[in-house]
Design a protein. Structure first.
Length: 103
């Protein structure tokens, strides 16, 4: 209700009273959150070849750059696209993207 109150204050106040609270919702503390629940178990990394999105992989957030590049090259959708081509450059943008420049 506290999150709803800035957008619909009269409605939120009415529901707040019907829930059994006697004080106004405006003076109630803002809801707290648990930082540990915001942590991710995996992160999704996009894989591009020559600047075009080809696939995505899920890796652990603490994976090294070498592990992420190896997983990107081993992805089943990427392996056929790399066949008979040489990789000129491997670009990794931390937590977001792997771009493989091929010739």
């Amino acid at each position: 209700m506290k999150i709803l109150s800035p957008f619909a204050p009269h409605l939120a106040e009415e529901i707040w009273q019907r829930l059994g609270y006697t004080k106004t919702i405006a003076y109630e503390p803002w809801p707290s959150f648990d930082e540990a629940k915001l942590a991710r178990d995996t992160m999704v990394i996009a894989i591009q070849i020559a600047g075009k999105l080809r696939s995505q992989i899920e890796v652990a957030p603490d994976a090294s750059e070498a592990e992420i590049l190896a997983a990107a090259k081993a992805d089943p959708k990427i392996v056929p696209l790399l066949a008979d081509k040489t990789i000129k450059r491997e670009i990794y943008i931390k937590g977001r993207l792997v771009n493989l420049v091929v010739a």
